[in-house]
Each structure stands twice: as structure tokens, then as C-alpha cells.
Design a protein around this ligand. Structure first.
Ligand code: T4K
Length: 373
């Protein structure tokens, strides 16, 4: 077999953070040496919240130190208890946040089309202990937000979206930040938009503003007043400065991602042993990830992963194992679609600094070796 190999070609990671111009960042943080205001809602945090409200067309953005603490904070602010219906096809954080807040996760299967929560299976899981639904816009694929809203209304449930993958995604022209009671974003280094580490909660209802401020800063409301038992989940000024440098670059980054995705689609579209991520025509994607399913099954997928690694291509299995199979949990849940997808998925490298030649190299390797697997 010809094709690239690890001896001759550089390693390609699954992702690499997009970085602003170094001097631009230095200029952004230079005033901090003068002001010494490094944390606790400084100028950059307040400015970035406003800039994000404009960018995402959402009335309220609250910044937090990371996406996971944003989820835990949202659970507190919404007053969730009892059971919450969620998906097993996600990063550990989604379920961990529930468990760490003494909530029982109830796992709903995903739909086999876009891998988001199967809205036809939610209702059967609702009990008198259910307080909310926690769906995930996995890979930036938007959940069936209309059906979820109707279900939540009918049963008096809250909706907290995990939009860690969905920064800047629009559905029917509406930004994902505006759905549900609260939406959580991750601004981790590996995300489409990042603040090194970071996260946000977005929402339309102004009464959450004060509740979140208290929850992320020990419940402090003034120099001599502490009104609630909050924690510490504040974003600092260096994180926010990184976000302010990255935000003006985000559209160009998404455009670069789009072109790379189109190339992958063209090159891999006819590979009989793969199933590509189907994009919904109603959704404007951010092209956050490039998942493919190796249709034959888990052994073929694992073989393909090893073969890619031999060629210096460090793909990942986002998300395998399913949360329900983590050794810290081992939940007994019937989630056949999630199991099917998790056993077959590979997320291929995708980040704005990638070149078309790198995509071609990855596709050459896959197409040359794929049929043998
Ligand atoms: N909900 C969902 C659905 C999520 O996907 C996540 C996070 C969360 C909630 C929680 O949000 P945060 O609390 O993280 O804000 C990575 C990320 O660490 C994690 O943020 C992300 N999801 C998850 C999908 O991916 P790992 O364990 O795969 O990261 P790691 O260190 O193996 O890095 C992946 C690749 O990125 C490597 O090839 C190296 C490269 N990389 C990574 C970092 C951290 C860099 O080039 N530079 C870097 O600084 O979890």
C-alpha cells in the first residue's frame, strides 16, 4: 500500500486551538499590569459578555471559569432535583454535573440520524420526580428544540441545553443560545471559540442574572453581605482577554472549517464503509467536529483508529465509551442507537489551521486502507 506514513509526515492531532496574533493578546492584557484587576468581574469579563450578547443575539450571557462549572451552576440556579432526562452520548461532564449535584440521570436514547436525544423516547421516561431535560447539541447538531419545548411545557419541566459543541450555530435563523431556560457553552481550548478554559450560560430571562452572579462568587452581594451559598466559578481577566481577541476571528475560523469539511465530504462521500455526519438544512453549522461511522462495527472501527495512528493521524472516539458504560457508573440503560453510534464513531482531525493537503492526506490513508477493514 502506498500513502503517507508516520516516519515521513508530521502527526496530525484531532484538534489544535486557534490562536490570535501574539501582539494583539499582549496589548489586550497590558492594562492588567496597571489596574491589577485580575478577576472578580473585571473589565474584560464585562466587555466580553456584551460582545457575546451581540454576537449570539441573546439578551444575557454570563461568563464562567469553564463549561463544566457552568453546567453545575445552571443546575443550582434552576433548582433542579430528583431526576433529569439526558443523553448517554456525550462528554463525561454532562452526566458528572448531574451526579455531583445529587440528581439521578435518566438516560434517553439518541436518534440515529443526527445523534441528538430522541424526542420520541423522552415522554416515556418522565416520572413525578423528573424536573428537567438536559439535551446535548452534539457535534453542533441541533436537537429537536421545538419538540423539546412542547414536551417541557406540557410536563412543567425545565430545559438546560449542553451546547458545548454549538458556539455560533443557528437553527431556522435563531441562535442556539436562545433555546431552553439556560444554555451552557464550553470555551475550552479545543472548542470553536475559546478563552483557554472557559464557559458561559446564555438565557432570555433577566432574573437569572443575579442568581448566576451569586452562584459563581460565593453568594456575595456586597462588602458585608452574603445572601446565598454560592461557589467560585468566575472567569478571570486573562481568559476573557483571550476571548476578546478570538471573537473577531470567529467567522473566518468557521469559514475555514467549512471548507475543510466540504473537502472531507467530497473525498469520503462515496466510501461504502463509512457513514458521514448528516447536516440539517435548517441548521447553520459551526463545523466543530468531523465524525464518521465505520459501519461494519466496533472491531473495524478500532482497527481503523490504529491504522490512522500508524500514519500519524490522531483521530479520537468522541464519544466512546458511552457515559452509561463508564467504570464509575455502569448504569443499566437500554440505549441501542447510542451504543451503535458509539461503537462505530471516529472523529477525524479538524481545526482552522489545517490545510487542504492535510485533509487530502487523511482521506488518502482512509480510502487506501478502509476497504480492507
Ligand atoms: N459538555 C460537552 C458535550 C463537552 O464536550 C464538554 C467538553 C463539556 C461539556 C465540558 O466543558 P469544559 O468544562 O471542558 O469547558 C476535550 C476537552 O478537554 C473538553 O473540553 C471537551 N468537551 C472534549 C470533547 O474534548 P479530551 O480529554 O479529549 O482533551 P485532550 O487533552 O485529550 O485534547 C484533545 C486534543 O486537543 C489533543 O489532540 C491535544 C489538543 N489540545 C488540547 C489542549 C487542552 C491542544 O492542542 N492544546 C490544548 O491546550 O477533552
Amino acid at each position: 500500500m502506498s500513502g503517507s506514513n508516520v516516519e515521513t509526515d508530521a502527526v496530525i492531532p484531532v484538534t489544535r486551538p486557534s490562536m490570535p496574533d501574539f501582539d494583539t493578546y499582549v496589548e489586550m492584557i497590558r492594562p492588567l499590569w496597571e489596574s491589577r484587576h485580575l478577576s472578580n468581574r473585571g473589565e474584560n469579563v464585562r466587555a466580553l459578555e456584551e460582545e457575546l450578547e451581540q454576537r449570539l443575539h441573546v439578551p444575557h450571557v454570563s461568563l464562567l471559569t469553564n463549561g463544566h462549572l457552568a453546567l453545575e451552576t445552571a443546575i443550582d440556579v434552576l433548582g433542579l432535583t430528583g431526576e433529569v432526562i439526558t443523553t448517554p452520548f456525550t462528554f463525561a461532564s454532562t452526566t458528572h454535573a448531574l451526579i455531583r449535584k445529587q440528581i439521578t440521570p435518566v438516560f434517553c436514547d439518541i436518534n440515529p440520524v443526527d445523534y441528538t436525544i430522541d424526542v420520541n423516547k423522552i415522554e416515556a421516561l418522565i416520572t413525578e420526580r423528573t424536573t428537567a431535560i438536559l439535551p446535548v447539541h452534539v457535534y453542533g447538531n441541533v436537537c429537536d428544540v421545538e419538540a423539546i419545548e412542547q414536551l417541557a411545557k406540557r410536563h412543567g419541566l425545565r430545559v438546560l441545553y449542553d451546547a458545548a459543541h454549538a458556539f455560533g450555530v443557528r437553527h431556522d435563523g435563531r441562535d442556539v443560545s436562545t433555546f431552553g431556560d439556560l444554555t451552557m457553552f464550553s470555551f475550552h481550548a479545543t472548542k470553536v471559540f475559546h478563552t483557554i478554559e472557559g464557559g458561559a450560560l446564555t438565557f432570555r430571562d433577566a432574573r437569572y442574572v443575579e442568581a448566576i452572579h451569586q452562584a459563581v462568587n460565593f453568594g456575595i452581594t456586597g462588602p458585608e453581605s452574603v445572601e446565598s451559598v454560592g461557589g467560585n466559578a468566575k472567569m478571570n481577566e486573562f481568559q476573557a482577554a483571550m476571548g476578546r481577541c478570538n471573537l473577531p476571528r470567529i467567522d473566518a475560523d468557521i469559514e475555514k472549517r467549512k471548507r475543510l469539511v466540504e473537502r472531507y465530504d467530497t473525498r469520503l462521500g462515496n466510501a461504502s464503509f463509512l457513514r458521514l455526519n448528516l447536516r440539517n438544512e435548517r441548521t447553520e453549522s459551526n463545523y466543530a467536529y468531523y465524525p464518521v461511522l465505520v459501519t461494519k462495527g466496533r472491531a473495524a472501527r478500532d482497527d481503523m483508529m490504529a491504522y490512522l495512528a500508524q500514519h500519524g493521524i490522531l483521530a479520537r472516539k468522541y464519544f466512546y465509551p458511552l457515559v452509561t458504560d463508564f467504570s464509575c457508573y455502569a448504569f443499566d440503560a437500554s440505549v441501542p442507537n447510542a451504543t451503535y453510534v458509539s461503537d462505530r464513531v471516529i472523529t477525524l482531525p479538524l481545526y482552522p489551521d489545517m490545510t487542504m493537503e492535510m485533509v487530502d492526506r487523511i482521506c488518502d490513508v482512509i480510502l487506501e486502507g478502509g476497504n480492507e477493514r
